[in-house]
Write a protein that binds this ligand. Structure first.
Ligand SMILES: C[S@@+](CC[C@H](N)C(=O)[O-])C[C@H]1O[C@@H](n2cnc3c(N)ncnc32)[C@H](O)[C@@H]1O
Length: 428
């Protein structure tokens, strides 16, 4: 008889159909919750063993639904166990996936449980099976509006009021619409609603790659709020520095508005996407892969756009992982990095030129407080208030002249990502 093969077999090849995608979802959740990685970043490693693109998409969807619904899934699990399972117990993680399948994605319960049980082989199989069965027999359901994690509710209620925290629940309950930024007024594009010039809003889930004008490169996907920073620079023919530019939504807008753009970012892989976006749209920019904390500009720019790295809590609708990994420590780290980049960016603006600072964050430390501290340190800059015709109807500038986009704003037309945007002019 041949000796048994002691080499470790690929875990996915011995799995029944459907199990590898759940295994990958478990890895994704571990990467986000234990290691604080963004879901998108974890995707490549966690789904490496999956050979079918639909499996990758399913693993991603499962992890995203668990993160969107985490407090509600945990409340159900806790209601059906006598001893509370540890936060990081594998049984809890596997139950979250099974319940998200059955209660959110509409997977038949028998398939939802059968595809996760192999993830706890040699472990608490009976417990997982028992808890899931109890909840299904009880006809368990999730609340209509997802419950946000308690620290988020507390922080946003303190910062913006209970109404905004509640609006955030409503805005994460349904997939957000899809916004397109147009390269020019007359490009081919799918039918939708225009909330600003060169903008089209499509319903959630609209197919993108097959849509009219995609192949011609006449438009790109960009949340309407994310398009405001470049809009505040307007059109022109001079030189603009797009700092922290990848994957390039704002670079494309600036190039399409006529500027000679230098697009700088530290991340090589994201710069690859920026180059692809330039190639698809036929727009041009000078592309620099460098650290903004070390790079030096050869000459000042007419405008600098700093779309700074941040906690990204404003994009929680599309990226629910931020709700679980962007806490006070990350926010403080990001605020410090932003202040350092902002100080350098300011020196690259010519006198009379513009500096636009933006973050997709709902944290004042990365927005209002950052700009106030900057203005205190730099008497040669003043806020240049955003004007009503630069913003969508229903989104006024704040009294200080900057733009603060919060959950609940423009809710009747599908809402916006959370953002902070401030245009400043170098006065001296
Ligand atoms: C909010 S994203 C930029 C999004 C981009 N502006 C767009 O519209 O597509 C922030 C970017 O900052 C970059 N970044 C972080 N630290 C940096 C640094 N020290 N120097 C340059 N870029 C940096 C990240 O790689 C990331 O691409």
């Amino acid at each position: 008889m041949a000796a048994p093969d002691k080499t470790r077999r690929d875990e996915t090849t011995q799995d029944a159909p459907g199990v590898p995608a759940r295994r990958a979802a478990l890895k994704l959740l571990d990467a986000v919750q234990r290691r604080g990685q963004p879901l998108e970043t974890a995707l490549h490693n966690a789904t490496q063993g999956l050979n079918h693109p639909p499996d990758r998409a399913l693993a991603h969807a499962l992890a995203a639904e668990v993160l969107r619904r985490l407090p509600d899934l945990d409340a159900l699990i806790d209601s059906a166990t006598r001893l509370v399972l540890a936060e990081d117990a594998k049984a809890r993680a596997v139950l979250r996936i099974a319940l998200a399948q059955a209660l959110v994605l509409g997977t038949p319960p028998h398939a939802a449980i059968a595809t996760v049980l192999p993830l706890v082989d040699g472990g608490p199989r009976k417990l997982v099976h028992g808890v899931f069965g109890t909840l299904m027999r009880q006809g368990a359901t999730l609340p209509e509006l997802p419950t946000l994690p308690a620290p988020i509710v507390e922080r946003w209620t303190t910062q913006w009021g209970a109404g905004v925290a509640e609006a955030a629940r409503r805005s994460i309950a349904a997939p957000p619409p899809l916004d397109l930024s147009l390269k020019a007024d007359d490009v081919a594009h799918p039918d939708g609603t225009a909330l600003l010039p060169r903008h089209i809003r499509l319903p959630a889930g609209a197919p993108v790659v097959a849509a009219e004008g995609f192949a011609e490169g006449g438009w790109w996907v960009q949340d309407l709020a994310a398009s405001i920073p470049a809009r505040l620079i307007g059109a022109g023919t001079g030189r603009v520095l797009d700092l922290c530019a990848a994957p390039g939504g704002k670079t494309l807008q600036l190039a399409a508005a006529g500027w000679q753009v230098t697009a700088l970012d530290i991340a090589q892989s994201r710069m690859g996407r920026l180059n692809e976006n330039l190639a698809r749209t036929g727009l041009e920019a000078e592309v620099v892969t460098a650290d903004a904390l070390k790079w030096e500009a050869e000459a000042p720019y007419d405008a600098v756009l700093l779309d700074a790295p941040c906690s990204a809590t404003g994009i929680f609708r599309r990226h629910p992982d931020v709700l679980h990994r962007s806490g006070p420590r990350l926010i403080a780290e990001m605020a410090e990095l932003q202040a350092r980049i902002l100080a350098r960016a300011a020196d690259w603006v010519r006198p009379g030129g513009l500096l636009v600072y933006a973050t997709c964050s709902l944290e004042p430390a990365e927005g209002e407080a950052q700009v106030e501290a900057f203005l205190t340190a730099r008497g040669d800059f003043a806020i240049d208030p955003a004007l009503p015709d630069e913003l969508p109807d229903g989104l006024p500038a704040a009294s200080r002249g900057w733009v603060r986009v919060l959950p609940g704003m423009l809710a009747d037309v599908g809402g916006l990502d959370g953002f902070f945007i401030c245009r400043m002019m170098r006065t001296g």
